[in-house]
Ligand binder design. Structure first.
Ligand SMILES: Cc1cc2nc3c(=O)[nH]c(=O)nc-3n(C[C@H](O)[C@H](O)[C@H](O)COP(=O)(O)OP(=O)(O)OC[C@H]3O[C@@H](n4cnc5c(N)ncnc54)[C@H](O)[C@@H]3O)c2cc1C
Length: 452
C-alpha cells in the first residue's frame, strides 16, 4: 500500500502509524477521555467532499474498512475503530436561508454554533442538549434535542443529504431521489452505509419566550414527584419538555425537576409554567427560575455536567412504563454509583409528538432514561462499567430499546434493540445493496436483537 498515493490525491492531511503524532491524533478522534481499542492505521483529515470520495476509493482499492468521524462524541468511540478513519472536522460550513426556512450544514457544525446563528435570525431547530456535539452523528443517529417533543426527533427535519457511497460516488438523497439512502441516513447511525458530507434541514420559528424552571427534591419525594409529573405532563402541550436530573449530593441522591417551555409569547409561557407547577409537591430543597432561556443559553447549564477529558460510560433505555418505575431505577443507579460525578436523566415524554415511520429511526418510548458514568481515574474503569451495566440490566424488564447516540456499544454480547425489527431488516438489505463488500461495516461488539 502506498500512502504517498493517498497523500497526493487529497487536499487534506493523511496521518499513518508511521507518523510521530499518530498516537495523539488517534486518541483525539474520541471525545471521551476513555479511549477505545482502535485498529485505525490511516487518519484522513478531509478538507472537502472530494477528499472524502478520494479516501473512500483508496480504501476500497486496498481492502480497508472505513469509518467517518464527526466530532467523536459517541461515548464508545465507535468512530475511531476502522482501518481508515475519515475525519470530517474541517467540513464545518453552514448556510442559513431564512426565506426558505432551510439550512445547509456540513457535518462538523456544532449544536451551539447552529443554535446561536439561528436565534439571530429568529429561527430554531431541535439541536442537541450539549453545545459542542456536532450535527454529523447527531442527525445520523436520530437526534433528541431541545423542543424535540414539538419539533420531533431532529432527523425528521432533515430534507436532503449529500452522501459519499462505497464506490466513491457522491449522491444527493431526498424523499424522491435515492429514497432508500435518505431513509437510512435518518437513524441508522454507525450502521449507515455511506458518509454524509452535507445535510439540508428544515427550520422553525424560534420560541422567543422560552423559559425554564427547576425545583430540586430529595430522593424521599420520588413518589410525589413522579405522580405530580405524570398528571402535569399529561395536560401539558408538546412545547413543554420535562426532565428529572438525578445527581449525588451530601444528603444522598437529589432530583432536579426541570421544565423548559418553548413558546414565543411571554404570557403563554407564564400561563403554561403556572399550570405545570401549580400542584407540584411541597418540600423543594431549592427553586430556580422561572428564567428566560433562549436555546443557545441552555448550553451554559448543560455544559458543566459533561466536562471534556473525563472518562465516560453511558447507556440509555426507552420504556413505556410509569415515570415512577424509571425514576426509581435511576435513583438507585446514582445511589450505587462508584463516582460522585455520575448522574442520570429521566425524561417524561408522554406529551411528545410521535415520530412518523418514514425513517430508520424507529425506537422510542414515553420515558427516556440515560445513565452517565463519569470518573477521572483509569483504574476505576472496570468498577464504573460494571456498575453502569448492572444498572441498565435492572431496567431490562421494562425497556423497549436503546438510542444509538448514547448507547454503550462496548458492551459485550447482546444489547437492547436500537431499531425496530422491520427497520433492521430493511437496513440489512440496503447495506447489502449499497455496500456489498462491507467497506463501512462498523465494529459493533454488541448485537442488536431487534429481529429476535
Ligand atoms: C456530552 C454529550 C451530550 C450529548 N447529548 C445528546 C443529546 O442531547 N441528544 C442526542 O440525540 N444525542 C446526544 N449525544 C450523543 C451524540 O449526539 C451522538 O453520540 C452523535 O453520534 C455524536 O455525533 P458525532 O458527530 O460526534 O459522532 P461520532 O462519534 O463522530 O460518530 C458516531 C458514529 O456515527 C458515524 N458518523 C458520524 N458522522 C458521520 C457521517 N457524516 N457520515 C457517516 N457516518 C458518520 C461514525 O462513523 C460513528 O460510527 C451527546 C453526546 C455527548 C458526548
Amino acid at each position: 500500500m502506498t500512502y504517498d498515493t493517498l497523500k497526493s490525491r487529497v487536499r487534506g492531511s493523511v496521518i499513518t502509524q508511521f507518523d510521530p503524532d499518530y498516537a495523539t491524533s488517534r486518541d483525539a478522534l474520541t471525545w471521551n477521555g476513555r479511549k477505545p481499542i482502535s485498529s485505525v492505521c490511516i487518519i484522513v483529515r478531509a478538507q472537502d467532499a472530494r477528499d472524502v470520495q478520494e479516501a473512500v476509493r483508496f480504501a476500497a482499492e486496498y481492502g480497508l474498512n472505513v469509518s467517518a468521524r464527526g466530532g467523536g462524541h459517541q461515548f464508545s468511540g465507535i468512530a475511531a475503530r476502522a482501518d481508515m478513519v475519515i475525519d470530517l472536522a474541517a467540513l464545518d460550513r453552514m448556510r442559513i436561508d431564512a426565506s426558505s426556512r432551510t439550512a445547509i450544514l456540513e457535518p462538523a457544525v456544532t449544536n451551539v454554533r447552529l443554535a446561536t446563528a439561528l436565534e439571530r435570525k429568529g429561527l430554531g431547530f431541535p439541536v442537541g442538549h450539549c453545545g459542542d456535539v456536532t450535527v454529523s452523528g447527531y442527525l445520523l443517529g436520530g437526534g433528541i434535542g431541545w423542543n424535540s417533543n414539538a419539533w420531533g426527533v431532529a432527523c425528521f427535519s432533515v430534507v436532503s443529504v449529500d452522501v459519499v457511497l462505497a464506490d466513491g460516488q457522491l449522491v444527493t438523497a431526498t424523499e424522491n431521489d435515492h429514497p432508500d439512502i435518505f431513509w437510512a441516513a435518518r437513524g441508522a447511525g454507525p450502521e449507515f452505509f455511506g458518509i454524509v458530507v452535507s445535510y439540508q434541514i428544515r427550520l422553525y420559528d424560534a420560541p422567543k419566550a422560552a423559559t425554564s424552571l427547576v425545583r430540586v427534591y430529595g430522593a424521599q419525594s420520588m413518589a410525589k414527584v413522579s405522580e405530580w409529573a405524570e398528571s402535569a405532563i399529561a395536560r401539558a402541550p408538546e412545547s413543554v419538555e420535562f426532565t428529572v436530573k438525578i445527581g449525588a449530593s451530601p444528603i444522598g441522591p437529589v432530583m432536579a425537576a426541570i421544565a423548559n417551555v418553548f413558546v414565543s409569547d411571554a404570557r403563554q409561557a407564564a400561563a403554561l409554567g403556572a399550570d405545570l407547577w401549580r400542584d407540584a409537591p411541597d418540600g423543594a430543597l431549592e427553586v430556580v427560575g422561572p428564567m428566560q432561556t433562549p436555546i443557545s443559553s441552555l448550553y451554559g447549564m448543560t455544559g458543566p455536567s459533561a466536562p471534556r477529558g473525563s472518562r465516560y460510560g453511558v447507556d440509555c433505555v426507552w420504556s413505556n412504563v410509569g415515570f415512577a418505575e424509571s425514576l426509581a431505577m435511576m435513583l438507585r443507579a446514582v445511589e450505587l454509583a462508584p463516582s460522585p460525578n455520575s448522574f442520570a436523566l429521566c425524561a417524561l415524554r408522554s406529551n411528545a409528538r410521535p415520530s412518523p415511520d418514514t425513517a430508520a429511526f424507529s425506537r422510542e418510548g414515553r420515558v427516556f432514561s440515560t445513565i452517565y458514568g463519569i470518573w477521572e481515574d483509569e483504574a476505576q474503569d472496570d468498577a464504573n462499567l460494571e456498575w453502569l451495566r448492572l444498572s441498565i440490566d435492572r431496567c431490562q424488564p421494562f425497556a423497549t430499546g436503546t438510542y444509538v447516540g448514547e448507547s454503550d456499544l462496548d458492551r459485550p454480547g447482546q444489547s437492547l434493540p436500537r431499531l425496530s425489527p422491520d427497520a433492521l431488516a430493511r437496513l440489512a438489505q440496503l447495506t447489502a445493496r449499497h455496500d456489498p463488500s462491507g467497506l463501512f461495516s462498523p465494529t459493533l461488539p454488541t448485537r442488536d436483537l431487534s429481529a429476535a
